[in-house]
Design a protein around this ligand. Structure first.
Ligand code: IVH
Length: 718
């Protein structure tokens, strides 16, 4: 495979160009597999190695960086602000229709406008109305040049850097496309990705997002393209702006052409000949709606013939040839039977409303999240009112439930007229309902505000926290032990037989041995059996050696999600080095602390959480037992053959003029350097641009090598 190609520093310019071309294709191929439904063909590590090789070659031959380079695709440097983009053609909105009669009126209006009789059939297309953000993506000579949001329809925001990170959107179109192509469509977040993101947020004890649409918008309208890249946004092409040449003469054929050019298009789009057929397709899409992995809020009908579209033209803000047939809002009234509290891994007490079962948009809803005690009172995350004060949610209340993109339904409001006289404000518990420990709302050290989440202080003595901890430990991105799911964890946790009990992670790995010496056999217990027990042991034993970042993530340290775990693994290299540093680090002083904070992407909150974690003797004891059973692997180091800065810690400071900070960092890392945010004794090089201040002073004070941008470029070979 390409990662085994010749050392980057021995490549000729021709060899480098050929290899970059091959890498661009190969990585695009794996991107497509990864982001499509298919299974990836290579491991994440192999994929990363391909990308690193691409980066290393580009670092040596920056003049060879291709328009379609994978380094531009993900993590490309964002523009500093969102510059305005005037749309070559305005981005219009659609008229809404809400009933069958409205739709009949719309179709009749089209016939009337064109002077056609109903028997001279006019075909329409019908497709889902995607609940995302509309985007206009401009290609010149087949290369993506600008991507802009809709804005006010005339002027949008330039979000090109972020859009380039969306794997589903090609950076380059096939040969032979018109010189100017503007593809329009909807950027959205899949429901499953949204749920996974929220699970991750929850696991990290962070605030969860409200719905996929807002999350997608937030992911796009921020300046760090890496954040966009991590959010797995998707795209459906359904319209166009300026086109130097029209490749087809119907709506349907245009969209098929976009598909051929590499854009995802919606599979539910159909061409139909009568109002009855259109309405039938509306019903069909409505029935499929709950099973689709993206939110839709209606069906869009468009006149298929582009010639007729041209004749029909526009009203002030919307075309005469299209309309959006909206679904009725997915809301319903029901009763709150009970409010219960769930306790999570980090001790968060989450109130859940048990509802009298109700069908909302074709799905039976029995629970709704109440988020936290403020939400029950009608107060939002920033202390703002989201409902009038008397509209607090009480047991017995009749409420409006909404099932939006998120699968966990929300309670929007209380129907005050139906409040039973006996209903009393909900008293949020001040102690953990599982273990009885105090439950407290911490003050956020940064904002000084009280956290909206109340947490159980019981730690390991809390059964809920302990089992959730184990469930996290075996979860997919951690130890990923097949056959050990939530149900089995509960079973082993509750079991009183010492040969069958798992209360902490190390016991997972001693289970087989304990079983061998015991007369109570797991295989005789209901739900297990000989084959599945054999498989379970095999799955457990397979994980006796594990990637360092998975090991760190599995520990379940608050605020340490997968990304942070990867950063830590890469920075420290071995578990030994990592744990030694964590035990040494004391907040706000000493080298270990400044080294930890110097890792780009690690802030003080995370650093504190880790130090706290290692201060707890019980954690250290459990990890000690775990290390008797499991070996964390050494973290993979980037391909750095011949790099003069491999293994060095570099700090960039001042305003850089030759490259953006992201670019500098990416290049240094591709050459095997670690990029840190602050200067310490362990810093090897400080690269100072104009206006560098305290960091440069500190470097001089500590005798750390300093250089300007040109010297740095000379060192790394341009
Ligand atoms: S066609 C000139 N098709 O709905 C008409 N729009 O309310 C161009 N939308 O701004 C739009 N799915 O963001 C069209 N299949 C679809 C759509 C769709 C979602 C959005 C789009 C537009 C808004 C209008």
């Amino acid at each position: 495979m390409s990662t085994e190609g010749s050392a980057v520093d021995t490549l000729t310019i021709e060899e480098a160009a050929a290899e970059l071309e091959r890498l661009a294709k190969e990585i695009a191929h794996h991107d497509a597999l990864y982001h499509g439904k298919d299974q990836p063909e290579i491991s994440d590590a192999d994929y990363d190695a391909l990308k690193r090789r691409n980066d290393a070659i580009e670092a040596r031959f920056p003049e060879l960086i291709r328009e379609d380079s994978p380094s531009r695709h993900v993590g490309a440097a964002p523009s500093v602000t969102f510059a305005p983009v005037v749309h070559a053609r305005p981005m219009l909105s659609l008229d809404n229709t809400f009933s069958q009669e409205d739709v009949q009126d719309f179709v009749a209006g089209v016939y009337r406008f064109l002077g056609r009789l109903p028997d001279q059939s006019i075909p329409f297309t019908a497709e889902p109305k995607i609940d995302g953000l509309s985007m206009s993506i401009r290609y010149e000579n087949g290369i993506l040049v600008t991507a802009a949001t809709r804005g006010d329809g005339t002027t949008g925001e330039n979000v090109t850097a972020n859009i380039r990170t969306i794997a589903e959107i090609p950076n380059k179109l096939p040969k032979g496309v018109p010189a100017v192509v503007e593809i329009r469509g909807e950027v959205y977040m899949a429901k499953s990705d949204f749920l996974a993101l929220n699970r991750q947020m929850e696991a990290e004890g962070k605030q969860t997002y409200v719905n996929p649409r807002n999350t997608a918008a937030g992911s796009l309208r921020q300046l760090d393209a890496k954040v966009t890249a991590s959010r797995k946004l998707k795209f459906f092409a359904y319209a166009w702006g300026e086109m130097s040449e029209m490749p087809a003469d119907t709506q349907f054929a245009m969209v098929q052409t976009f598909k051929e050019w590499g854009f995802p298009v919606n599979p539910l789009m159909k061409r139909l000949n009568s109002v009855a057929d259109i309405l039938a397709h509306y019903d069909e899409i409505g029935l499929e709606r709950p099973d689709l992995d993206y939110d839709i809020d209606g069906v869009v009908y468009k006149v298929d013939s582009l010639e007729l579209q041209g004749r029909l033209g526009f009203r002030s803000r919307s075309p005469r040839w299209a309309t959006a047939h909206k679904f009725p809002a997915e809301q319903a009234f029901t009763e709150v039977e009970k409010i219960e509290i769930q306790v999570g891994r980090t001790g968060a007490l989450t109130p859940v409303a048990r509802l009298k079962p109700i069908t909302v948009g074709g799905v039976v809803v029995t629970n709704a999240t109440l988020h936290n005690e403020d939400y029950i009172k009608g107060i939002g995350n920033s202390g703002e009112r989201i409902r009038p004060e008397e509209h607090d949610i009480r047991e017995g209340d009749t409420v409006i439930v909404q099932r939006a993109g998120d699968v966990i339904p929300q309670i929007l409001d209380v129907v005050m007229e139906k409040r039973p006289e006996a209903a009393r404000p909900y008293e949020f518990p001040k102690t953990c309902p599982v273990c009885g420990s105090h439950a407290v709302r911490e003050v956020n050290e940064k904002t000084g505000k009280m956290d909206s989440v109340r947490r159980c202080t019981g730690g390991f003595i809390c059964r809920a926290q302990a089992t959730e901890h184990l469930k996290h430990f075996v979860s997919r991105n951690a130890f990923d032990i097949e056959g050990l799911g939530a149900k089995q964890i509960d079973f082993f946790f509750e079991n009183e037989d010492p040969s069958l009990q798992i209360r902490t992670a190390p016991e997972i790995f001693t289970l087989e041995k304990r079983q061998q010496q015991s007369l109570t056999k797991l295989e005789n217990i209901d739900g297990f059996g000989k084959v599945s027990v054999g498989k379970l042991y095999a799955a457990i034993n397979e994980r006796r050696s594990i990637a360092l970042h998975r090991f760190i993530y599995a520990l379940g340290i608050r605020h340490v999600g997968e990304t942070t775990a990867k950063l830590l693994a890469r920075s420290y290299g071995t578990y030994e080095a990592f744990s030694t540093a964590m035990k040494e680090a004391a907040p706000l002083s000493g080298d270990a602390w400044s080294d930890l904070n110097a890792i780009e992407g690690i802030g003080e909150v995370v650093a504190r959480a880790m130090v706290e974690f290692y201060k707890e003797p019980r954690n250290v004891e459990v990890i000690g037992r775990l290390l008797d059973e499991v070996t964390p692997e050494e973290a993979e180091q980037p391909v750095t053959s011949g790099s003069p800065v491999a293994g060095k810690t570099v700090v960039f400071t001042g305003s850089l003029e030759k490259f953006t900070r992201d670019e500098a960092k990416a290049r240094a890392e591709s050459l095997g350097a670690k990029v840190a945010g602050s200067v310490s004794k362990k810093t090897d090089i400080v690269v100072a641009g104009p206006g560098a201040g305290s960091k440069l002073d500190k470097a001089r004070e500590l005798g750390v090598q300093t250089m300007d941008e040109d010297e740095w470029l000379a060192l790394i070979g341009g």
